[in-house]
Ligand binder design. Structure first.
Ligand code: HEM
Length: 349
């Protein structure tokens, strides 16, 4: 058992090494990278696409600066927008790829599906877009803005600064029925693994990206069945730590209430989520499953026991993979650069 854990840790170290948690060390970060630097990091981008770390260097050099400033302004007023942006990106990439389809707002779109009801951050993305249009009209896609804004928000919460390659185009379609591709809080590990595999991601990506739940909140409506009517013999899921279950039951009388996904350090991007899982303090069923399933439990243990930097570095590596899922690039010009993130330029609905 001990050797299994050691090998997991080694695996994590191996996969983690290229990403710096500190943006100033990062080749190509923030558009500073030259061609040589891009060459260095290009080799470990997992998916072969046309994105480039220097895509906006010449055509919109202030792009990331505008995004950073806007995210900082908005999250200062409403800190809950940081986690919301990270989730919004997952719900974009997890449906038809990172193509901003989640932002389209029309009858029957992903955003209008009941499963998207608690997604937030749309107004912030719209504001960034209108600011960018002033200096770089028609050049920056909403998909790239969402990718960049989500990284800024994560970094500002103490998370890693992963290298974002750009050049995504925006989709012209968005269908509510596709939203079921994003996992809900009640899927088992086999289901989650299948979903992640369909994105080209692996079991390590699943465990490490679930660590996004070190920040942010869940609506009580999402977990009430775990607390009040679990099954025929137990009102509350017996796998939840009894004291924590008491707390959740008291907090969650109304579906519209919220609870932190990481009860101990809810606004810090650290590895506490994994420590909580080991103490049976996972909020979502899927969180709790990660520590019960023998395929994922050793990774949870490794992230809980290693210094938080290990998780943060690996999170950056897995995010750099996630933001490449299903992108539309210049080579397959089926997309567009939207003028307004909530509306397609070319379609009438
Ligand atoms: C592994 C599968 C995942 C499942 C089943 C899942 C499910 C959920 C659920 C049910 C919520 C609470 C939503 C609500 O009650 O309104 C939530 C919140 C959140 N999720 Fe996930 N998630 C998963 C993966 C991810 C990934 C990969 C990320 C990002 C990389 C992510 C980021 C977040 C964040 C930041 C929040 C808090 C949002 C906020 O405070 O507004 N999740 N997730």
């Amino acid at each position: 058992m001990k050797s299994a854990v050691v090998s997991v840790v080694l695996l994590v170290i191996l996969v983690a090494w290229p990403v710096s948690a500190d943006r100033k060390d990062l080749p190509g970060a923030g558009g500073y990278g030259g061609d040589d630097e891009e060459e260095d990091t290009k080799t470990w981008f997992p998916l072969d696409n046309q994105l480039s770390l220097s895509y906006y260097d010449k055509i919109c050099p202030n792009f990331e600066k505008i995004v950073d400033t806007k995210v900082r302004e908005w999250t200062k007023t409403d800190p809950s927008l940081g986690p919301a942006l990270l989730r919004l990106l997952f719900h974009d990439c997890g449906v038809t790829g990172c193509d901003a389809s989640v932002l389209l707002d029309h009858k029957g779109s992903e955003r209008r599906s009941p499963a998207s009801k608690t997604l937030r951050g749309f107004e912030l993305i719209d504001d960034i877009k209108s600011e960018i249009e002033k200096s770089c009209p028609g050049l920056v896609s909403c998909a790239d803005i969402l990718t960049s804004a989500s990284r800024s928000a994560t970094y500002q919460l103490g998370g890693p600064y992963w290298p974002n390659a750009y050049g995504r185009r925006d989709s012209t379609n968005s269908y509510a029925r596709d939203v079921e591709k994003v996992p809900s809080g009640r899927r088992d590990i086999t289901g989650l693994l299948e979903t992640f595999q369909s994105y080209g991601l692996n079991i390590l990506d699943l465990v490490v990206l679930s660590g996004a739940h070190t920040i942010g909140k869940a609506y009580c409506g999402t977990i009430q069945s775990r607390l009040y009517n679990f099954n025929a013999t137990h009102g509350t899921d017996p796998s939840i730590d009894p004291k924590y279950a008491d707390f959740l039951r008291r907090k969650c009388r109304w579906a519209s209430e919220t609870v932190y996904l990481d009860a101990v350090t809810p606004v810090v991007f650290d590895n506490q989520y994994y420590i909580n899982l080991q103490k049976n303090m996972g909020v979502l069923t899927t969180d709790a499953e990660l520590v019960k399933d023998p395929r994922t439990a050793p990774l949870v243990k490794a992230f809980a026991e290693q210094p938080p930097q290990m998780f943060r570095h690996q999170f950056g590596v897995s995010m750099a993979k996630l933001v490449n899922v299903g992108v539309i690039t210049g080579e397959d010009r089926t997309g567009e650069i939207r003028r307004v993130c909530s509306k397609s330029n070319s379609k009438r609905y």
